[in-house]
Ligand binder design. Structure first.
Ligand code: AMP
Ligand code: MG
Length: 311
């Protein structure tokens, strides 16, 4: 996944926590299924295939991520769209660097290929059909969250009831820390310099929940001197650039938090706030730029207050 992970847990003597090897085996298994950087992954093979009638076999990870993606695609009116592969490559956020960024007519052409409706999941045997030969899936907006949930399942199955699992900013916690305190997460203040010291905007408690932050302040490309972010607006085919610098979602699990955080960046602040208020399982915290270039924060009514004690 091109990043780091961390698993912290508190185990009782009766627990049999998973070994580091077991966690890494699981992560490799998920990568072998849905990575678009591994050429032999199921996803890369499906993306490279041009046959629109063939049923391409998929495993349980692929099928689960596909199914949840479909629900969130429907629920967000397509703001979350895992079929943006051709556009993601063209904008330079895929595995290969393009010669130049796409012009208007290229964007229009690629947008037609970026249809999630053209993909069809069949259950048993599990397989996917692509209705458009050049279409490509990209689960970059949901797969890390899914991996966090699968590690959480490993811990749950082993009897461990207190843990914090994190993959590059996708976090899920259960129970308490070893000192009896509540797990806490810091939400970063947006800074373009990836090497800048982490600068924490707020700290919140995480109680049996997951949190995910999507941002447009890192992983940028230059388009005619303008910086463009890696989250694309499926309605236009262009990078979703609004006043929003980051969207943080709290949800019962990390798959959900991850996918919705990406979708909220597409919606922009006003639409995103309304959306979250109408979804009782979600709450969100936004950092946006005001017209004077200053930073403003907004939180949905259910998002927790700042943690009273900071450890
Ligand atoms: P995240 O960091 O979770 O917000 O995911 C961003 C990644 O999701 C991008 O790097 C793309 O791989 C992919 N992506 C970009 N735009 C979208 C979108 N509108 N819906 C779903 N996935 C997207
Ligand atoms: Mg995401």
């Amino acid at each position: 996944m091109g990043t780091t992970y961390r698993v912290t847990y508190v185990a009782k003597t009766s627990d049999t926590p998973p070994s580091q090897q077991a966690v890494e085996d699981l992560l490799h298994e998920i990568n072998a299924s849905v990575s678009n950087y591994i050429e032999t992954s199921l996803l890369s093979q499906l993306n490279a295939a041009r046959d629109t009638s063939a049923l391409h076999p998929v495993d349980r990870h692929f099928a689960a991520i596909f199914r949840r993606s479909r629900e969130i695609y429907d629920d967000t009116g397509g703001a979350f769209n895992p079929a943006l592969g051709p556009l993601i490559d063209a904008w330079g956020f895929g595995p290969k660097q393009p010669q130049a960024l796409p012009d208007e007519s290229t964007v229009r052409t690629l947008l037609k290929l970026s249809s999630f409706d053209a993909f069809d999941l069949q259950e048993s045997p599990a397989g996917v059909r692509k209705g458009i030969a050049e279409s490509q899936l990209d689960f970059g907006g949901i797969a890390k969250g899914y991996a966090v949930d699968k590690i959480a399942d490993l811990l749950n199955d082993s009897g461990v009831q207190d843990y914090l699992v994190e993959i590059a900013g996708e976090v899920r916690a259960r129970g308490k820390r070893a000192d009896g305190g509540t797990w806490q997460v810091g939400i970063e203040r947006p800074a373009e310099d990836a090497l800048a010291l982490p600068n924490i905007q707020i700290v919140v408690d995480l109680e049996n929940a997951a949190v995910s932050t999507s941002g447009n302040y890192r992983n940028l490309q230059e388009d005619a001197g303008r910086k463009v972010g890696h989250i694309l607006n499926p309605r236009t085919g262009y990078p979703a650039m609004s006043s929003l610098l980051s969207a943080t979602v709290m949800a019962p699990n990390a798959t959900t938090a991850d996918a919705y955080a990406t979708a909220l960046m597409v919606m922009g602040l006003d639409e995103a706030l309304k959306f979250v208020e109408s979804h009782t399982e979600l709450s969100a915290y936004f950092i946006a730029m005001d017209s004077a270039g200053g930073i403003v924060e907004k939180r949905s009514s259910r998002f927790p207050k700042d943690s009273p004690s900071r450890h």
